[in-house]
Design a binder for this molecule. Structure first.
Ligand SMILES: [Zn+2]
Length: 307
């Protein structure tokens, strides 16, 4: 379906020069992006239904792409990469918007929980953990890490209103077909004074302008929406939520993957991927320096439901 108006403010959408094929898996496309300039918010065109999107999440999506635990994941370089990824994931779980060290532990629900790594971290901090994900493989992994789980979405979850002190969405909202009703459902599940912590790729960042259609976090068509700090603040004001924190952060891996797409055009494990890591590594201090002043490739918000 062609998007006709901004899902956040209802305003007009304008075309952008971005057009990309599914670089990760199917090669389908081209998919384009239209933008609401008022919200600094991109919408993938066409908007796909959940059924249409399902084919873009191959069975190996979690294992192969995010966890690198698929076939051939042996040898010292692979072990080094696995250790690096573990450490950077641990760092991400303890920085904004998920740091929250001044918040009393209670019940946390992670929407789009994947394999449950963020929930496992919250469990270590004394939280009781709940997870939702449409993927059966992801849900099984999250359950093994101690979370109470539901395979599905916030549309069919079993938990009553005002159940949670905290709801997290770590790189989930950009995948969801109806992001604004999803936020509304999440807010209804929050106890009064509860927090909604969202992290998504930052459409407003300089790396997106640099790499354009090859900027890895576009991830078309799996990413149906493209948020910015301003878009998150506008969602907050739409639902009368307080903004406790809003900002940007940096991931090293998106630079490597964007360079990979410059070199290879699409996801090509093997020497082209290792070459992309090798090129990006010496660039990272520069990337972090520019991010510090111009904003990183992720953006986040911690929003508070009124009491
Ligand atoms: Zn808008």
């Amino acid at each position: 379906m062609k998007p006709t108006s901004c899902p956040i403010c209802g305003g007009p959408l304008r075309p952008t020069p971005y057009a990309a094929y599914d670089r990760l898996d199917t090669g389908d496309g081209p998919f384009t992006i239209v933008e609401c300039p008022a919200c600094c918010f991109g919408v993938t065109d066409p908007q796909l239904t959940n059924d249409e999107l399902a084919r873009y999440y191959a069975a190996g999506y979690y294992e192969g792409y995010y966890e690198h635990s698929g076939a051939g994941a042996a040898g010292p370089l692979h072990r080094l990469r696995a250790r690096y990824r573990e450490r950077s994931a641990a760092r991400r779980n303890r920085r904004p918007p998920f740091e929250l060290s001044d918040v009393k532990a209670g019940k946390v629900l992670d929407v789009g929980c994947g394999a449950g790594a963020l929930l496992a971290d919250f469990a270590q901090r004394g939280w009781t953990t709940f997870g939702i994900d449409p993927s059966a493989a992801a849900i099984a992994a999250a359950e093994r890490r101690g979370a109470r789980v539901h395979q599905g979405t916030l549309e069919d979850d079993p938990w009553p209103e005002e159940s949670f002190e905290l709801i997290t969405m770590a790189h989930a909202l950009e995948h969801i077909v109806d992001p604004v009703p999803t936020v509304e459902r999440a807010v209804s599940r929050l106890a009064p004074g509860g927090l909604l912590a969202i992290e998504v790729p930052n459409w407003a960042c300089w790396q997106r302008r640099l790499y354009r259609s090859r900027w890895a976090p576009l991830d078309l068509p799996r990413h149906q929406q493209h948020f910015s700090p301003r878009a998150l603040e506008r969602i907050a004001s739409r639902f009368g939520l307080g903004v406790r924190d809003v900002g940007t952060s940096s991931t090293a891996i998106s630079t490597a993957y964007s360079i990979h797409f410059l070199i290879a055009g699409r996801w090509t494990p093997g020497w082209k991927l290792w070459l992309s890591y090798a090129i990006s590594l010496p660039l990272l201090p520069f990337v972090y320096l520019v991010d510090h002043f111009a904003g990183g490739d992720c953006c986040y918000a911690v929003l508070e439901k009124p009491r």
